[in-house]
Structures are given as structure tokens and as C-alpha cells.
Write a protein that binds this ligand. Sequence first.
Ligand SMILES: C[S@@+](CC[C@H](N)C(=O)[O-])C[C@H]1O[C@@H](n2cnc3c(N)ncnc32)[C@H](O)[C@@H]1O
Length: 292
Amino acid sequence: MSPTHEQAELGQFIPLIYHYNMLADPARMNAFRDAIALAVPLGSRVLELGGGTGVLSFFAAQRAAKVWCVERNPELVGAARRILALNAGGNRVEVVEADAFDYLPPEPVDVVICEMLHVGMLREKQIPVIESFKRRYREKFGGPMPRFIPEGFIQAVQPVQQSFDFGGYYAPLVLLQDPSALQPRSLELGTPVAYQISAYDEALPAECSWRGELTVDGDGQLNALRFITKNVVTISVEEQRSVDWFSQYLIVPLAEPLAVRTGERMAVDFSYLAGDPIATLQPVVTRSVSAA
Ligand SMILES: C[S@@+](CC[C@H](N)C(=O)[O-])C[C@H]1O[C@@H](n2cnc3c(N)ncnc32)[C@H](O)[C@@H]1O
């Protein structure tokens, strides 16, 4: 796939109309607003990578003296400049049309905000963008590294029985779920197991992979895995709490569904690169040799 083609995919290129949904998502907005209020020092300098409509830079500008808001999509650059001018403190945000893989601010910053997040760390380029930023920032400014918002993430996987019946039409498709909603079409067949925990200020994994076991705690048809990504948006040591936000859950159907019973252990194997298309995630699930 050529870079041009890939960059045109939803996830890399998010048209303005989809930004309304992001602005109207209270879980996402509240988490970032709270985290920014906790983690951005008064009078500080902030860089946002992938600024979209400029909302997170606006939150940062309520505390920071200067915010650089980097956005690649010219439609959004124009929208962010226009909308920020309507909002208090928007004059402290400089919207820069640039690629986050290339751009560095003119001076060191205290905080970097980046929300190029997708469940599984798939599709969007959060991990490659932050790794590229850290390498180039270190070369230009040395240390210390700025604080990152989000600070880290925890990824988990869970066995489920998913209904893929759509009015009698059986369509086992990859799907996204709202983490805050009841999911009557999903029967949980076990508790989620964490497969990856990372902090953005440490070396990030280029690959997301796991070879492990899930224990089934209900009888059913194991026909899908649910992938869960919890973003630790910030950690407040003073307040002894973290601000967390779950990306949408991802349900991935299995090529070969298995009838399972309580207590069975299932071997799970998957591997993909951070930022890969969703279709790259092709988990293989088999009965463990030591199954009950
Ligand atoms: C998920 S949106 C978040 C937008 C905004 N920060 C918010 O929270 O509403 C990610 C944004 O990153 C931008 N983006 C993606 N890749 C980029 C890159 N390489 N350089 C700059 N911006 C990029 C997209 O155009 C999009 O506006």
C-alpha cells in the first residue's frame, strides 16, 4: 500500500464531519479536560500532535502560556484556527500545518498531548508518532523529556460469544463497541487478561503481540475475542488517582469458533505492528494442551 493511499484511510485522515462525534463524546472529552487540568502547569509550554479542531489545545491554553497545535489536514487547520479564535485563550494557541512525524517546536516544551488513539493501538499512529517525536526531540534539545498526555496504556483481551446474526444473515465481522454501553449481543466467557502495559516516556513497543492463555468461566461458543485498550490519560500523585479513558472495544471474530466449557484454558496467539490496519489482527485460538 502506498503511503498516500494509507494516509487517505479513515483513522489517518479524519474528515471534519467525524470530529463532531469526538467533540460530543463525554467520556473522551472529560478525561482529556481533567487530565490536562491536572498535568499542564500554569504558564507552561505545550505541544499537541494531531490537533484536529483544536479542542485539546484549547484545554491546555487555559493553563499554558503557549501551545503549538500541529495538524496535517488543511481542512482541520483552517477549522481549528477559526474555532480557536472564538474561544477564550485561543490566542495562546498557534496552529501549525505540519506532519507530526517531522515537526518539532522552536523551544523545549513541558507537556506533549497526542490523541491519535485507536483500540489495540491499531490504525492510528500514536506509537510511531511518539517514538519519532522522542528521538528527534532528544537530538534537538537533549533532556529532560516533556510529560506525555496520555501517560500510558493497558491492553487486554477477553473471550466472548458474539452474535453475528443480523436478521437471519450470518455475518462474522470485526466490530467496535461503546465501552460504556450494555452489549446484549456479547456473552463474556472469561475475564479480560492484560497483554501489554506501556508508558509513553519509556521505550514503546513497535509490535503488539501475545502468546498466552485465557481461562473460560462459562459454557458457550467461543467465536470472538474482545480487545480492550485503557488509556491512562494522566496520573496525579498528589491526588492519588489516575484519569482513564477506554477506547472503543474491538470484537474480532475467530476463523474457527470453538464450543467451550467452564474451566477450559485456551491458547491465544496474535501479533501485529502498532499502527497497522485492523485487518492485520488475526488472532489464533486453540485448546491448551493442558485443557481441563
Ligand atoms: C483522533 S483525532 C484527534 C483530534 C483532536 N486532538 C481531538 O482530540 O479532538 C487525530 C488527529 O490527528 C491528525 N493527524 C493524523 N496523523 C497526523 C500526522 N502525521 N501529523 C499531524 N496530524 C495528524 C488527524 O488529522 C486528526 O485531526
